[in-house]
Write a protein that binds this ligand. Structure first.
Ligand SMILES: NC(=O)c1ccc[n+]([C@@H]2O[C@H](COP(=O)([O-])OP(=O)(O)OC[C@H]3O[C@@H](n4cnc5c(N)ncnc54)[C@H](OP(=O)(O)O)[C@@H]3O)[C@@H](O)[C@H]2O)c1
Length: 268
């Protein structure tokens, strides 16, 4: 089954979403349209993905779309674009990725009752991993948006109040992992391994540990308990981690990211 999608704003995030949805064959180029104000961007998207891309909204195609993806930035004229969607005969599910713009603001700008879903999109779209957070507005239908949202990762339906937490914790999530990876690989090099060895081992351990957590369904404390035998090497390293501000550093970073998301939302 192919979903007819119309994206407004053809920037980095929309491209990443469409690339994954095309690869997973949930959408196809002939049933996908993008409007972006940049001529250069339109040519790029058409040439690279074979999708219909144009600088002016095609109202007929917009009305026929099953999913409308609102993908501009908060500083762009999203109010006018939302009003333009509201002026068509659309029955589409409208998915907004505009950071900080609430369901109530979208509904007010549309001048008509539209089925809005606000998401904070997954940024690991090319890997098949990662969660998007989705808050359904009035009239939005979960079964209709799910196949599209799952075409670029997993989806967690959440209350709108959790969107900022989702941004700081889930969508910024890979950043925390990259930082941990750097710290770990530097430790390997500091101990005397080559950079190549340290990188390869850390990556394998990250993937293996994640897989093991998933396979066993156990809490990480239980797995540590097995690895940290009495008076051994593991528990000695554990003592140093516990005595450091490692956990607080990660937790403070997440809390700061959530706070900053909320601040930016209020500004817009
Ligand atoms: N990138 C991420 O990792 C990420 C993650 C989560 C959420 N988001 C959210 O996703 C949204 C898009 O972010 P992005 O990083 O993809 O930004 P971006 O690359 O700048 O994309 C926005 C695109 O919309 C175009 N545009 C602006 N006004 C328009 C209009 N009136 N009609 C049609 N197109 C218009 C812009 O063109 P010009 O550049 O020519 O103005 C640009 O190509 C933002 O709200 C952002 O907060 C992004």
């Amino acid at each position: 089954m192919t979903i007819k999608v119309y994206a407004i704003g053809g920037g980095q995030m929309v491209e990443a979403i469409l690339r994954a949805a095309l690869r997973n064959k949930v959408i196809e180029p002939s049933a996908t349209t993008v409007t972006d104000i940049s001529e250069q961007r339109v040519s790029f998207l058409h040439e690279n993905y074979g999708i219909d891309a144009q600088t002016i909204i095609d109202e007929k195609k917009l009305s026929a779309a099953e999913i409308i993806l609102l993908g501009v930035r908060p500083q762009d004229d999203w109010k006018a674009l939302t009003a333009q969607i509201g002026a068509t005969e659309t029955a589409a599910q409208v998915i907004s990725i505009i950071a900080g713009v609430t369901l109530a603001q979208l509904q007010a700008a549309s001048n008509k009752k539209l089925a809005f879903t606000r998401i904070i999109p997954n940024t690991l779209t090319d890997t098949g991993y990662g969660y998007s957070g989705a808050a359904l507005g009035e009239g939005a239908e979960r079964e209709l948006v799910t196949p599209f949202l799952e075409s670029f990762g997993k989806v967690d339906f959440i209350p709108e109040e959790q969107i900022d937490i989702y941004t700081g914790y889930a969508v910024c999530g890979p950043n925390y992992v990259y930082n941990f990876y750097i710290a770990l690989t530097n430790a390997g090099v500091l101990s005397g391994l080559s950079r190549k060895q340290a990188n390869a081992i850390a990556l394998e351990n990250l993937k293996g540990a994640a897989k093991f957590l998933e396979m066993t369904g156990k809490h990480a404390y239980e797995l540590l308990d097995v690895n940290n035998s009495a008076g051994g090497v593991g528990i000695t390293a554990q003592h140093e981690i516990d005595a450091s501000d490692f956990a607080a550093g990660v937790q403070n970073a997440v809390l700061a990211a959530v706070k900053r998301t909320t601040q930016l939302g209020k500004k817009g």
